[in-house]
Design a protein around this ligand. Structure first.
Ligand code: ATP
Ligand code: MG
Length: 389
């Protein structure tokens, strides 16, 4: 619930706060830039007020600004708040006004916290709770009070320069500000898993370079559309970063592997994708590759096969979903808004062989694999960029 008269959003961060002073300052600055960009991209009016590591957004659009904060990487939570002078009278008056305009069903409580120096206020937090509770009680004609099990709690945050009344805390993504880490190439298939994996590394501060392989006869226009849509959704989390989608032509590689390989086909296909990914990383200053693979999700993702595919590249391959169950991935995809993109209808000609290898040895894969170098070079040369704004 947004407190009536709300004019501010209080923003909190987590991991940034445990960094050394210098790193923290740099990250705060980039969080500030990113948050302002997020507000601007959604055309939400708001100005940031960064005081004592406690950012606030001053805004007439509290609901939309809270939502924008909760989609900004680095932010752990955000609360719509009503500001007041940091005096007992002003706090009590604001509490009474907020309570009067709120439909209170069931018992309430007041919980107060004071920040700032010991002598910043001539009252304690217990006194705020007592007197603030009394003010609400008087304003509402003896509502029920239950400090143990309230159905609504009015939180008062009293700082040196200002106080705030808050009735809810909304959860943000947490993590670190986007751009505080070097980029990673994200192998983005347009399926359910890979956008979630990309979002996870973005959450930790790494911008992504999305790379999609167009398997042409084995994929097709509707597949490309899915990939574009999921890249676009991810780009919305990164309004001040370039997240252009790279589309690599991969029809020839698919044809070649289908006609020349059997049970090790999918491993060679992955090895081909990783090799192209490595080249893209070299060109884009990216320091690794991220995929949506999880142990055992498919034959190519058994722990044995994952160990083997990585051997083809010097770039580290990151798999944030390594231990996630499909249901967890689906639930998260719904939360971040990429699930809809992944379910756009797409006709799929299968590349996979009928009996894929689940426990391959490197020599076996290499022996069966056609020379991929020409295909890799051709795909890299044919990459097209789709601008996502
Ligand atoms: P996703 O895993 O994204 O849901 P999927 O399950 O259809 O798609 P898998 O066969 O599980 O794809 O592929 C494993 C990983 O390989 C994907 O998570 C993705 O990172 C990468 N990948 C697969 N196909 C493509 C593609 N056409 N373009 C780019 N990356 C791909
Ligand atoms: Mg998958």
């Amino acid at each position: 619930m947004i407190p009536p008269g709300a004019d501010t959003v209080l923003v909190r961060y987590g991991d940034i706060g445990v960094k050394s002073t210098k790193v923290q300052r740099d990250m705060e600055r980039s969080l500030e830039t990113n948050l302002q960009a997020m507000l601007d991209s959604r055309e939400v009016t708001g100005t940031l007020d960064w005081q004592w590591s406690r950012p606030r957004i001053r805004t007439p659009e509290v609901e939309a600004a809270t939502a924008a904060a909760c989609d900004t990487f680095g932010i752990v939570s955000a609360s719509p708040a009503r500001s007041a002078e940091p005096t007992m009278d002003a706090i009590c008056e604001a509490l009474a006004e907020v309570a009067t305009a709120t439909e209170i069903e069931g018992p309430f409580a007041v919980s107060a916290r004071r920040a700032g120096t010991r002598d910043a206020h001539p009252f304690t937090s217990e006194e705020i709770e007592r007197e603030g509770g009394q003010a609400i009680w008087d304003a509402l004609e003896k509502p029920e009070v239950d400090l143990e099990n309230p159905s609504l709690t009015f939180y008062v945050e009293c700082r040196s320069d200002e106080s705030f009344i808050v009735t809810e805390k909304r959860v943000g993504p947490g993590g670190l500000p986007l751009g505080s880490q070097r980029p990673l190439v994200s192998l983005l298939s347009g399926g359910i898993d890979s956008p979630v994996a990309a979002w996870e590394v973005m959450k930790r501060g790494s911008p992504i370079v999305p790379l999609y392989f167009d398997f042409e006869n084995y994929g097709g226009a509707d597949h490309v559309a899915r990939a574009v849509e999921s890249a676009r959704t991810l780009a919305e989390y990164a309004p001040n970063h370039t997240h252009d989608l790279r589309i690599a032509p991969a029809g020839a590689a698919a044809e070649r592997l289908v006609s020349e390989t059997g049970k090790t086909r999918m491993l060679s296909l992955r090895r081909y994708m990783l090799r192209v990914g490595e080249r893209v990383a070299e060109e884009t200053d990216a320091v690794g590759i991220v995929t949506g693979e999880a142990i055992g999700q498919k034959s190519s993702q058994t722990s044995a096969n994952l160990a083997l595919t990585d051997r083809v590249t010097r770039a580290p391959v990151h798999r944030p979903l390594l231990t996630w169950d499909k249901q967890e991935i689906i639930a998260h995809a719904r939360e971040i808004g990429t699930y809809e993109d992944a379910t756009i209808e797409a006709g799929c000609n299968r590349i996979a062989p009928e009996y894929p290898e689940t426990n391959a040895v490197l020599e076996e894969v290499e022996a069966a694999e056609p020379d991929l170098e020409g295909l890799v070079a051709e795909s890299v040369a044919g990459i097209e960029r789709v601008e996502l704004s």
